[in-house]
Design a protein around this ligand. Sequence first.
Ligand code: SF4
Length: 426
Amino acid sequence: MSAPNAQSSLPPEHYLGLFTIESWREFKAHGGRVMGFTEKKKLMAGRLKPGDKILCYVSKVSTFVGVMEVTGPAYWDTAKIWSDGIFPVRLPVKIVEELPLSHAIPIRTLAEKLSFMKPGTGWTIHVRSSPRRWTPADARTVVEAVAAKVRTIASGQTGQPHEAVEERHGALRKALPRSVRVGRVMEKTRGIMESGQTELLGSYENALSFNKVTGYSVNVPIGATCRPTAVCMKTCYFAVGAPSWSNSLRHQWKVMATMQANPAAFAERVAMEYDRLGLTFIRWNGGGDLFKENVEAINHLGKIRPDIPIWVVTRLPDWAAQIEQAPNVFIHFSLDKHSLGRRADFLKQKPRSQNHFFSYQCDRDEVPDAEGLEGIAVLFFDSYKPTGDVRKYRREVVCPLNGKDDITDVCRRCRRCFDGSAVSFS
Ligand code: SF4
């Protein structure tokens, strides 16, 4: 197997090389010089010769992260490199072009140029196994796209990076009555936490969750991160329905654990999902609230991807003040009649970002005093059901979700909270 390949005088060919996010990181951590395949791929891997190119494809997030060149013949080795298998058929390689994971190229953006990505065809077979030979034309499309993106990043046009368990606001520690919705979720959350089922997100799991209120969002367990007020406890939309189901709670725990394990890597993973899903904004804390690594992930993503509008919702003055100024990161500080003092607490901390605004969440049946809403940029009624005559409030302050029969996609169309409008009203 380690004998020189008899075909080495042949012109270079192109192959697909499959990675997961983790295996790419492990490959890089090991020096980025050894690609591995399963024993079943021994014959195929043996056909690759020095000079051949490998298109590095990250499965599940369906993106290209680089191009490598084979530097020698395949060989057998069982030294451990990857956490999910031995992959004893090894191939020496060198990275020719590489993109940060946060800027990897989604395959769907190349669909018009790749010959096999015709509508209605089963194109995924072309990216399901490796090493798989690709046609020169398709390979060229990827190689050129990666090279172009590398150049764009080098020119600074896409926002290349500028340069312990924390004490939680542990609502979990308080025993809240089961009669309030947040109390019921916390009890369930405590059960999951105590069962020891918390683990990191796997390669094939999404970090982002979807619901019709917030679109795609990063969600963490409210039971471990929020400091709920009396109004939240009764009205929190995240404590009822699908987000409160056991599977969702487990996913939220995994998101939090993954963020804590490596905030920057988590941010990069979110960036890839954003690209793959073709999103136009991300809601951060669709459920749950800030903590140390959560803030670090936001600050990292805000820098490496200034093109992504990040809408961060919080009720925690201390952590909100730690979010760094970035034109694409909008801090939405949520207040209600029991937490108005948190506004002063937040401002007292000298927030690092001026890109913030305040919203007001009404209690059940509350009719807020229009005069008392000074400095409030967005007004929400409980369950989006207006109480009384909404015409007495400034029109630009009443969230369009109020009174809507169907709230699907409203934020994506409105965008006030993450296009700077709300910041300018505060
Ligand atoms: S103001 Fe607009 S973006 Fe903000 S919550 Fe309401 S609908 Fe969504």
